[in-house]
Design a protein around this ligand. Structure first.
Ligand code: GTP
Ligand code: MG
Length: 155
C-alpha cells in the first residue's frame, strides 16, 4: 500500500490539534505506520524544504518549522498521498475549503497546521519518509476494520 509523510506543524502542537489531526486521518481509514514527536533541527529543515531554498519566505519557513516540537507521521492506504492532500486543503488556510484541516483550523499562510507529501512531486513521499524515519521505526500490520474500509481486500 502507498505510504505518505505527514506532519503536525509546531502551531498544531501548541494549539492542541495533534489529536484532531490523527483522528481525522485514522477515522478516514488511513493506517498509521509510524510516528515520532520531535523537534526539527536547522539542518533537517533545510533538507526537508530544499525545494523552497530560493523563495523569499524560506528563512521564515525554517524558523517556524524549527520553533517547537512537531508530530512526524507515516500514514498508509490506497492513494494515501493524494487523499491526505485533499484532507489538508489549500496551502493558504484562508483559501482552504471548509471541511479540510487547514480550512477548519487555520487563517494564516505560514502557520498552516499540517504538512503532507506533495502528490504532484513523484517520489516526494518516499524521500520524506526516508528523511524522517529509519525502516525499523515503521510498522506493517493489518487493521481490523480493513475489510470494512476496502471492498477489495487486496488494495
Ligand atoms: P507543505 O505541506 O508544508 O509543503 O505545504 P504545501 O505543499 O501546501 O505548500 P508549499 O510546499 O508550496 O510551501 C511549503 C510551506 O511554505 C507552506 O506550507 C507554507 O507554510 C509556506 N509558504 C508557502 N508559500 C508561502 C508564502 O508565500 N509566504 C509564506 N510566508 N509562507 C509560504
Ligand atoms: Mg509542499
Amino acid at each position: 500500500d502507498e505510504r505518505t509523510f505527514v506532519m503536525a506543524k509546531p502551531d498544531a502542537v501548541q494549539r492542541g490539534l495533534t489529536g484532531e489531526i490523527v483522528s481525522r486521518l485514522e477515522t478516514r481509514g488511513l493506517k498509521l505506520a509510524g510516528a515520532k514527536f520531535m523537534q526539527i533541527s536547522e539542518e533537517l529543515a533545510h533538507e526537508h524544504y530544499a525545494e523552497h531554498e530560493d523563495k523569499p519566505f524560506f528563512d521564515d519557513l525554517v524558523e517556524f518549522i524549527t520553533s517547537g516540537p512537531v508530530l512526524a507521521m507515516v500514514w498508509e492506504g490506497a492513494d494515501a498521498t493524494r487523499q491526505v492532500r485533499q484532507m489538508m486543503g489549500a496551502t493558504d488556510p484562508a483559501e482552504a475549503a471548509p471541511g479540510t484541516i487547514r480550512g477548519d483550523f487555520g487563517l494564516d499562510l505560514s502557520q498552516n497546521i499540517i504538512h503532507g507529501s506533495d502528490h504532484e512531486d513523484p517520489g516526494a513521499n518516499e524521500r520524506e519518509i526516508d528523511l524522517f524515519f529509519d525502516d525499523e521505526e515503521l510498522v506493517s500490520y493489518e487493521r481490523a476494520d480493513e475489510p470494512w474500509v476496502y471492498e477489495d481486500a487486496s488494495h
